[in-house]
Write a protein that binds this ligand. Structure first.
Ligand code: ADP
Ligand code: MG
Length: 700
């Protein structure tokens, strides 16, 4: 029988009420269970011994064999400290005790070999070690020492109150003694056999007291796998439950709209990726469940036509569809594109934005409610209460990062039964992150660009090369091309940034004088109408240069623009740089992206710039971004719960995550209700974990 792990930590030998309070407040450890799951941060190799004359001044932990030759007491502000002179054959150092001095003096034998262990300080020409871990060499050699010493997470308060790593180790040992190291298994026999996993008890023992490196690695693998396995199980179950609970609108047929567009009006051959994604969407829409799908595809990968053809599936089944975009410019662009295709099929389509007139609105509201209007494109304006559909079947959201989950939910309420939802994003989310965080969304990926697309030549130039860059811009403009020049805009230093932008604008106007050249400028402080006007001038080719802050990051399509200059590129994040670069390379001409920086670059900035120069694959870039910034930063705080992992790390343990997901899925495919006898242990563990707030609080 295994011990009750819900026992409060106070009852463990060596803890007591004071330490229990500290463990609770500092590390959130309430029960035996919490303690056993306090995994070490790292391990120290205790097979290594240092010599005193090799010590480095980096304040690290060392283990030394030597003798104490004398003690002295030194008075200090409050009380006194005990200082022992410790030496080996290479040198001399000091051991210092502020507490327990009598005990030390009574028990330590002078001139006898000891092994000491701890952190060293360097002060006034001599190394010292406060409160060393000390043991007679003779018993050290006899003792069954784990070669790796676990180092536990700690806080300043804990170490000040004497709960050192040594004490933690001791407490952990007591826990293993009391429980006899017997812990209930939490994975199935099948998994353990198939993956050759350590048993739970053996893994826990070796994570705290590793016998050797191999067992430690296996213990880590087993515990990481388990942690990720149960998260995946939870996510997949949630998805299954949602699907069975929420009845979708069945799109029974593929009808005339879709078929005639496909056979007669397709403007180009679809890429294989587009076809595959359409099939995935079709499968969802044809099933009885409500679709909740994320469509990700790099800038220019051709998401729009997939969106349109999905809408045709809705229309074929007598439903309406809508497409929501984050800005007016983007909405208009979508509208113009889809209008052209819709005309051929006699589909009634309209656009609703903040600048729609009352009259336009009235017409739209009316025709939406009586079902005449089939497709509505627009901005947030679509979410207004006055916008009511007769029978909305499919809602598509472009560039989802600009919309929150709340807005997704609002779209749902546009109908008595929720419409199918397709969320499109051009910011690729690394696969590992997506599968950990978006368990409730299915994901389709367009991972192939349309044929003949040229990659954008990307180079890094220092500010001192500016003249050459200007000459290059002039040459391209002479050839009839257009150029973007983008400045960073970062909240904290907003006014400074605007000064940079305006200075930049002026120097561009000087270098490209009117009337031969025309320069547009767009930034966040302009009125929307003015922004639009400037943007339109550039779109129409009336201006050759566009000086802007990142407002152009999203969406605009100007195929004739072939040069993207990014100023102070070191100040942009990778995702932003990639998005900006995506603004060029949309036409037939070779396009260029020039990343301008000063000479002073941080290591991270260097990595970002090098990554941009090296690759144009959005997924590769997203992976680097994930490594640099960590998942919390990328996903925003709402989802950063994924950071609460106790032992696994979704960046470093990608392969374990994949395998955990695979096996969780396999298990649920066979036994969706976890009713099989051999899966009883999974059901039990799953239920316990769901009750156990600390781990699961991020799964709402
Ligand atoms: P995004 O995924 O960035 O929204 P778009 O849907 O705007 O990309 O497509 C980018 C450009 O590529 C458009 O001009 C579009 O017409 C074109 N395009 C999309 N799919 C294909 C294809 N299969 N073959 C050729 N051109 C395509
Ligand atoms: Mg798009």
């Amino acid at each position: 029988m295994s011990a009750n792990l819900q026992t409060p930590i106070d009852y463990l030998k060596g803890v007591g009420p004071n330490r229990a309070d500290l463990l609770r407040s500092e590390l959130g450890i309430q029960t035996y269970q919490d303690l056993i799951n306090l995994f070490p941060n790292r391990y120290l190799d205790r097979t290594k011994y240092h010599k005193i004359n090799d010590l480095q001044r980096n304040n690290s932990e060392v283990q030394i064999i030597g003798k104490i030759t004398s003690f002295k007491e030194v008075a200090q502000k409050r009380g006194k400290r005990l200082v022992g002179t410790f030496q080996d054959e290479t040198g001399r150092m000091e051991l210092v005790w502020f507490r327990g001095q009598k005990w030390i003096r009574d028990s330590i034998k002078l001139n006898t070999p000891y092994v000491i262990y701890g952190k060293t300080n360097w002060f006034k020409g001599i190394f010292s070690m406060p409160h060393p871990d000390i043991e007679l060499l003779s018993s050290h050699e006899k003792g069954l020492r784990s070669s790796m010493q676990a180092i536990y997470p700690s806080t300043e308060k804990l170490s000040n109150k004497g709960i050192t790593n040594r004490v933690m180790s001791k407490i952990m040992q007591n826990l293993f003694l009391e429980t006899k190291g017997n812990f209930a298994e939490t994975l199935t026999d099948n998994l353990i056999t198939e993956l050759k996993l350590l048993s739970k008890s053996k893994a826990l023992f070796n994570i705290h007291f590793p016998k050797n490196q191999e067992l430690l690695s296996r213990a880590e693998f087993r515990l990481k796998f388990e942690e990720l396995f149960y998260i995946q199980l939870q996510l997949i179950l949630k998805n299954l439950i949602q699907k069975s609970k929420i009845k979708g609108l069945p799109f029974k047929i593929v009808g005339d709209y879709f078929n005639s567009f496909y056979t007669s009006y397709l403007p180009f051959d679809l890429t294989n990726a587009q076809k595959r994604v359409l099939k995935e969407i079709r499968q969802d829409l044809g099933s009885n469940a409500q679709m909740n799908r994320l469509l990700q595809g790099d800038v220019g990968s051709g998401k729009t036509i997939v969106a349109f053809m999905s809408m045709l599936m809705a229309l074929d089944n007598g439903f309406q569809a809508c497409l929501m975009a984050p800005t007016e410019i983007l909405s208009v662009q979508h509208y113009n594109g889809l209008l052209e295709w819709s005309k051929k099929l006699n589909i009634r389509i309209s656009i609703l934005t903040g600048s729609s007139t009352t009259l336009e609105r009235r017409k739209i509201h009316e025709s939406l409610e009586n079902g005449e209007l089939q497709i509505l494109i627009g901005t947030h304006a679509l979410l207004e209460d006055s916008v009511k559909f007769k029978n909305l079947g499919l809602a598509i959201i472009d560039e989802q990062h600009r919309f929150g989950v709340a807005q997704r939910a609002k779209l749902w309420k546009k109908n008595t039964s929720p419409p199918h939802i397709l969320v499109m994003t051009a910011t690729p989310i690394p696969r590992t992150l997506a599968m950990s965080v978006y368990g409730d969304l299915d994901i389709s990926t367009i991972d192939e660009l349309p044929p003949g697309r040229q990659t954008v030549k990307t180079v890094h130039r220092y500010d001192s090369n500016r003249l050459k860059v200007l000459r290059f811009m002039k040459d391209e403009i002479e050839k009839g091309r257009q150029v973007y020049i983008v400045y960073p805009l970062i909240q904290e230093s907003e006014s400074l940034d605007y000064k940079d932008l305006m200075d930049g604008y002026e120097s561009i106007v000087r270098a490209f004088p009117q009337p031969k050249f025309q320069v547009s400028i767009v930034h966040g402080k302009m009125k929307p109408a003015d922004k639009d006007y400037e943007m339109q001038r550039f779109v129409k080719g009336e201006t050759q240069l566009m000086v802007a802050t990142t407002v152009i990051e999203v969406g605009v399509n100007v195929p004739n623009a072939s040069v993207m200059i990014i100023e102070s590129a070191e100040r942009f994040g990778l995702a932003q740089l990639h998005q900006l670069r995506g603004r060029v390379g949309r036409g037939a001409d070779q396009s260029y992206c020039i990343l301008m920086t000063s000479y002073k670059l941080s290591q991270d900035s260097k990595t970002r710039i090098e990554t941009m120069v090296k690759t144009s694959d959005g997924f590769e870039i997203a992976e680097v971004d994930l490594k640099l910034r960590g998942p919390g930063d990328i996903m925003g705080t709402q989802q950063s719960g994924i950071l609460n992992l106790k032992i696994a790390n979704i960046v470093k343990d990608k392969h374990i995550l994949k395998s955990a997901r695979f096996y969780a899925k396999k298990l649920l495919d066979n036994d969706p209700s976890l009713g099989f006898p051999e899966n009883r242990v999974v059901l039990k563990t799953y239920r316990e974990l769901s009750k156990y707030k600390n781990i699961w609080n991020y799964i709402s």
